[in-house]
Design a protein around this ligand. Structure first.
Ligand SMILES: C[S@@+](CC[C@H](N)C(=O)[O-])C[C@H]1O[C@@H](n2cnc3c(N)ncnc32)[C@H](O)[C@@H]1O
Length: 278
């Protein structure tokens, strides 16, 4: 692979998404871009990268960038964040009525926001008069198309989804399973880049931003934390992935060892949620 072409592509990828690729990992670029190269009529990934540098076609470049995102996800991933969420939505302040807003900020193919919607269905009877809004966003158009369709293979539904929930919220669709309409319609899907200003989406009670910051350098993570901080209500919660934290990156959020992965706004925030009878 021509180092100049690879460096040029890696620079564009980082500028647009924050994702860093290690120059040593050219095999990763090779495997992720093979299909795009073929579809765009190039003989090899080397040819594709050369074209991106010398005669860029925006559609091909965007498809290549999309292909470099890592979309691994599963239903109820890690479970603890969903235990936190159950406690948060049942807090007295949120039981008063009105709307609880939850943002799944790098939702990949939709398993995370659908898990949130399924959990809400379980607790909603404790929350009369409370409305839920789920906003699910990702950079990847390919992921959002799949997420909106809500169709998952037998393998995908076996990953994290209890069989009772499969029976309740999905229906067979050929060899696959399709999320029922009421659950699909409870989620608003939107393309959003975490590096961009999210102000137009309004403020949220809970933001899930999980398993994406690991692909960013410190400066990019700090910028994303600033963006998320502005969108979190003062008594809201940020939920990060199991291997992510704020330490050494931002002082805008603080965590608590007793609630791993859960963060509140420094200075302003509510205490960590405690289990409330439900
Ligand atoms: C590994 S998945 C995590 C999915 C889910 N949050 C979970 O924890 O299971 C990471 C997602 O982050 C998205 N992503 C990467 N860079 C992004 C950016 N700059 N803005 C928004 N989404 C981004 C990718 O497209 C991918 O779908």
């Amino acid at each position: 692979m021509n180092p100049q072409d690879l460096t040029h592509f890696a620079t564009l990828l980082k500028a647009r998404t924050g994702i860093e690729v290690d120059a040593q990992k050219d095999y990763l670029v090779q495997s992720r871009l093979a299909t795009i190269a073929g579809t765009a009529g190039h003989e090899s990934v080397d040819d594709l990268l050369r074209a991106i540098r010398t005669a860029p076609d925006e559609r091909v470049l965007e498809a290549a960038i999309d292909a470099m995102t890592t979309n691994e996800t599963l239903f109820f991933r890690d479970q603890t964040p969903f235990d936190h969420l159950r406690k948060i939505v049942l807090e007295p302040a949120r039981r008063k009525g009105g709307t609880v807003r939850i943002w799944s900020a790098a939702c990949s193919t939709g398993q995370e926001p659908y898990s949130i919607a399924m959990l809400w269905e379980e607790v909603a009877h404790h929350l009369p008069g409370v409305r839920l809004e789920i906003m699910a966003t990702d950079y990847s158009n390919a992921c959002l198309t799949k997420a909106r369709a809500g169709i998952y293979s037998a393998f995908e539904v076996q990953r994290g989804l209890p069989v009772q929930k499969l029976m309740k919220h999905f229906e067979p669709d050929g060899p696959n399973w399709r999320v029922k309409d009421n659950l699909r319609q409870s989620i608003t899907w939107r393309r959003h880049n975490l590096l961009d200003n999210p102000a137009a989406m309004g403020r949220f009670d809970v933001i899930f931003c999980r398993n994406v910051l690991i692909y960013f350098d410190r400066a990019t993570r700090s910028k994303v934390f600033d963006n998320l901080n502005g969108q979190l209500k003062d008594d809201g919660y940020l939920i990060l992935g199991a291997s992510e934290n704020v330490m050494g990156v931002t002082e805008r959020f603080r965590g608590d060892a007793s609630s791993p992965g859960l963060y509140v706004k420094t200075g302003l925030a509510a205490p960590m949620p405690r289990a409330v009878g439900a």
